[in-house]
Design a protein around this ligand. Sequence first.
Ligand code: FE2
Length: 393
Amino acid sequence: MIPSGHMQTLTSTLQIKTLQSPTTSSRKTAQTPLQIPLSMHPIHKNITETKSQKESYNINGPFCLGIESTADDFSVGILSFDGEVLANVISAYVPEEGGIHPREAARHHTRVAGKVLREAFQRSGIKPQDILVVAFSQGPGLGPCLRTGATAARALASYLQTPLVGVNHCVAHIEIGKLITGARDPLTLYVSGGNTIVSAFEAGRYRVFGETLDIAVGNCLDVFAREAGLRQKKEALGAMVEQLASRGRVFAPLPYTVKGMDLSFSGLLTAAVQLLHEQKLHLEDLCFSLQEVVFSMLTEVTERALAHTEKPEILLTGGVAANKRLQSMLSVIAEEHDARFCVAPKEYVLDNGAMIAWTGILAYQHNITVPVEKSLVKLKWRLDEVYAPWAEG
Ligand code: FE2
């Protein structure tokens, strides 16, 4: 439990840091400083958490706090340096209409930041002064969302006088997947609304073996779902498509576009939407066809990368990783290549603060930190630009 006086001081610090943010773009967000007074917060939607209550562990510090805010989720994770997850609180922004509007999502993050932070501390059972390192998702992602999380992290690190670590969001998905599933050196398929990447570690970095040439696979499924009139409520759009697809029986051919090791989904999406508007097929059959084509493309590229790298595991991560049909296709190729198929529980494949905290710990242990004045966010920060010495075998 954070003493209320302590939290109030944190609140003031967060507001001050927002106004002093060093980037030109983040100065724009200074008009809406983080609103931390917790008693005034509306209840935020869809907060989840994993292991909580320090009583259930016998854990000693040090601890790292990680802040994730690249897109529609604002999340705070707290981990011990030996990899125990003490808290992983996620608050999801759900747009009323259409896709994610970056400024609206950032406004959501600003609104819930204080509550999510407080809840993470409460669940972890530790005090702010027990935190040794603060980590944040520095990129890639949506500018306004990234800057909101970065501002909170800078303020917290300055107030607690801890080192700050800027974490690459894509690397973090891989590292938390390895931690939770026990994978040592996987070939990773990272599939979400913003990313579609096949990667594996080689010579100091996670290398990209294949990626989308246009939209991400999760975006393709979400746009199709919205065109079909589906609306996100409790369930994600991708989960609704999956349910409909499970009842589909008729396969409609759609453009299958694999170019070398890269993939393209935009033409396929256009064709699927055209078929939808023609109304000659049941929605279940269209969802079934869309999933079969999209996941076959992903599986083909993943299998080729697996055959080339001979990695011992396939790790599936990102929001689309929860899809059972994709999991089953990848399990088959894993078995054929004597590899282990690994996928973490949902709260660790979605965007989450725990993955940022864990990667922050790995980087900190290799003396990789960033001064506050150089901690600008990197909207297009590629996975293969990150030096990852901790992943060396
Ligand atoms: Fe992600």
